[in-house]
Design a protein around this ligand. Structure first.
Ligand code: C2E
Ligand code: MG
Ligand code: MG
Length: 437
């Protein structure tokens, strides 16, 4: 009878305190024990380090090999963490592929060394029947009492540190600092703001001329997005990244396309000419969206703009994954008469093979090469120009700020130029003036 009661008590404890898959503490139990340890730390004047561990590459295993294999990896990770830690350390599966360890008495240096060893243990091969897998981990550390004195805050700060590090350099360890807190806070603020930006009419387009390098006549305008938020003009590089990360880019990108087509139709009507066309930046996620083509068709129709007046600018980074879908989309666009330009050429992945496979219409050489025009930059422009000629692409140089740069590139035979030397991006109301000037 006593044995039965003891077993049942143990079972109840297990159900309410342990994660069923790994047998580690669950959230509630961990938080409870952590507070106890922090109280002890306070009494004995001892530090406590909180490690937030997130596996790298786990999602891929789950997606490609199935959840069963994913579960095995999590179990195996828990076993390794248990074997590695000592009695005093609290261990927890926080959720998904996230684990926590509270290391008693650990100062900064001890915690970092400990975390590095954790990564190395997790990174050893995982051998299952027919599969040998490898996985990594990123660890963020927050310290008691230096960073926070409450358990839930420590976890949150360690999570923040891990999150920042994962973006910068996965498979490594980082200690929380205040700057990370600000960064994540800003990201959250921008994310929330961005979701409402269209409705609140905070977005607008500006247009930067692209000119013929011989005549300096404007041949196109690049449409660039602007966001006025909370009295700040948030840089596009910053908010586009957030829009992509949080799945807002499709809605925003559609808005951009629609506005740009309407604007171009208007300036063409006003100047009664067949140029300038409009060039619109498109993110890889938009191209992956199965409704992208349908949307473009409807945007052109709504604006009454001919497809050959629209160019789509895509960055090379899109070629880093799932080339087939992208290539298909691009062919489809071109068959409609839309032109395709490769933006920021030379900064990302395997450029040469990409432009060989992809029959783009123009290549825009990245602005960074302009600054090196006196040194290595010139050779890059020459090489790209030669290659582009043999493949029948036109070349655009962007970021031209001086007359000298314009002349050098024009003499080299670069067909089109863009940059502050000709004009900064213009409000729509100034576009007509520029065309007529
Ligand atoms: P990008 O497509 O390479 O656009 C050119 C950027 O260079 C623009 O920055 C433009 O203002 C800037 N620029 C042009 N001439 C000069 C110059 O002479 N000197 C210097 N220093 N800069 C020059 P912006 O508007 O800040 O846009 C930054 C990036 O944000 C763009 O780079 C593009 O990748 C992205 N972006 C902007 N609008 C959109 C959009 O509507 N959709 C998407 N997906 N991305 C966008
Ligand atoms: Mg661009
Ligand atoms: Mg560019």
């Amino acid at each position: 009878m006593e044995l039965k009661v003891a077993r049942r008590t143990a079972k109840i404890y297990e159900l309410s305190n342990l994660d069923p898959l790994t047998g580690l503490f669950n959230r509630t139990a961990f938080l409870h024990h952590l507070e106890e340890q922090l109280a002890k730390g306070e009494k004995e004047n001892e530090p406590v380090a909180l490690l937030f561990i997130d596996l790298d590459g786990f999602k891929k295993i789950n997606d490609t090999l199935g959840h069963e294999t994913g579960d095995k990896v999590l179990k195996q990770t828990a076993i390794r963490l248990k074997a590695f830690g000592d009695e005093e350390h609290l261990l927890c599966r926080w959720g998904g592929d996230e684990f926590l360890i509270a290391v008693m008495g650990a100062n900064q240096d001890v915690a970092i060394t400990y975390a590095q060893e954790v990564i190395s243990k997790i990174s050893d091969y995982y051998d299952f029947e027919s599969n040998r897998l490898s996985i990594g981990a990123t660890v963020g550390i927050a310290l008691y009492p230096e960073h926070a004195i409450k358990g839930d805050e420590l976890i949150q700060l360690a999570d923040t540190a891990m999150y920042c590090q994962k973006k910068l350099s996965p498979r490594s360890v980082v200690l929380f600092n205040k700057e990370m807190g600000h960064r994540v806070f800003r990201e959250q603020k921008l994310k929330v703001g961005l979701a409402e930006a269209i409705n609140k009419q905070q977005l607008r387009m500006v247009y930067q001329p692209i000119v013929n390098s011989q005549s300096y006549q404007v041949v196109a305008f690049e449409a660039l997005l602007r966001w006025d938020f909370d009295g700040e003009n948030v840089p596009p590089d910053e908010f586009i990244t957030i829009a992509v990360q949080y799945g807002l880019i499709n809605a925003i990108g559609n808005w951009v396309l629609q506005q740009s087509c309407i604007a171009a139709a208007q300036w063409l009507k006003d100047c009664k000419c067949s140029q300038p066309s409009v060039s619109v930046n498109v993110s890889v996620l938009q191209l992956h969206n199965p409704n992208f083509i349908t949307f473009i068709v409807s945007a052109l129709e709504t604006a009454q703009l001919n497809a050959d007046k629209l160019t789509i600018e895509i960055t090379e980074s899109i070629f880093s994954n799932d080339k087939e879908t992208i290539f298909e989309r691009i062919k489809e666009l071109q068959s409609m008469g839309i032109k395709v330009s490769i933006d920021d050429f030379g900064t990302e992945y395997s450029s040469l093979s990409v432009i060989q496979d992809l029959a783009a219409n123009t290549i825009k050489i990245a602005r960074s090469f302009i600054n090196k025009l006196e040194t290595s930059g010139m050779a890059i422009f020459e090489a790209v120009k030669q290659m582009a000629s043999s493949l029948d692409y036109a070349v655009i140089a962007e970021g031209i700020e001086t007359q000298q740069q314009a002349e050098v590139l024009s003499n080299l035979g670069i067909e089109m130029l863009q940059g502050y030397y000709f004009s900064k991006p213009l409000e729509l109301s100034k576009v007509q003036n520029y065309i007529n000037h």
